[in-house]
Design a protein. Sequence first.
Length: 338
Amino acid sequence: MSPLGSDGLVIGVDVGGTKVAAALVEPGGAILFQMRRPMVADGGAESGLAAVASAIEAVSAKASGAPMKLIHGIGICAPGPLDPTTGVVRNPPNLPCWRDFPLAGEVARRYRVQVKVDNDANAAGLAEALWGAGQGYNNVFYFTIGTGIGTAILLNGHIFHGRTGAAGEGGHVSIDYKGPLCACGKRGCIEAFASGPAIAKRTRAKIEAGRSSSLLDLAGGRIELISGEMIGQAYAAGDPLAGEILHETVELLSFWLGNIIDLLEPDVMIMGGGVSSMLKPFVGEMKDRLAKCCVNSRSGEIPLVPARYGEDAGVVGGAALCFAAAGNGAGPKDSSSR
């Protein structure tokens, strides 16, 4: 593979259970072109690989000149568990087509470029560290709140993978060992309290217990259809229960982030994911609560900021894996100077 220069292009790929998104990304994290293809998650391994290849080839054809000759790497954001060192996807629940599948090796064999594979939170966190809200900081904690809660730990600009590549599962840090059962099998994980589905579940329970709310009207009278997005809409319209639920969520996240600060003391904390837009009005409250949720007397000095990348986090994150491996991207600044 050619070294990535100022004109080097990378394809970032975001693999999900129902779709494959791919984008042509230039140094600096700008997307030149992107598109989607359906993912064949319940077929054979080759069918899943063919879906990824279809997306890669569609965006590579947009490169001026000869396709693939200008592409210097492919970075793939894939569901875990996986091994980021070998690029082998182990047994992701949403992708039954891949079991111990050498994704990086198969894609590299087909296109003869460097291929990097990591999970979605790690990749998105790296993109934020290189080009987004974490640009210039040494140590970054990134968390994304959506269907689940994913996290990334970046130390001195590098993803911290741990001994086997399984580190960074901050969404499964428990804040209550008697709390609700999480899909991972543990109790009281922050994901079981504050992910989008968990927020909706807590809301439905309060309505079933007799609380009135405009959310029932938004859901057409069907309580089972109440979603996190509806809670945000109801809060904006002044619904008291929606406000109560969101304040509870902020309190839960604050206790969790207090634990993160006491453990890692990052230079910056970045909040991304679909639910984060609903929580943006509460960032100030969350920061105020942190002082009482950790023992670190200087926790107030750690910025808590929204992520730069929204729906594009996966494809830009995939590209970031390649640029970082090649030594491209902005370097961290010395946090000791602040």
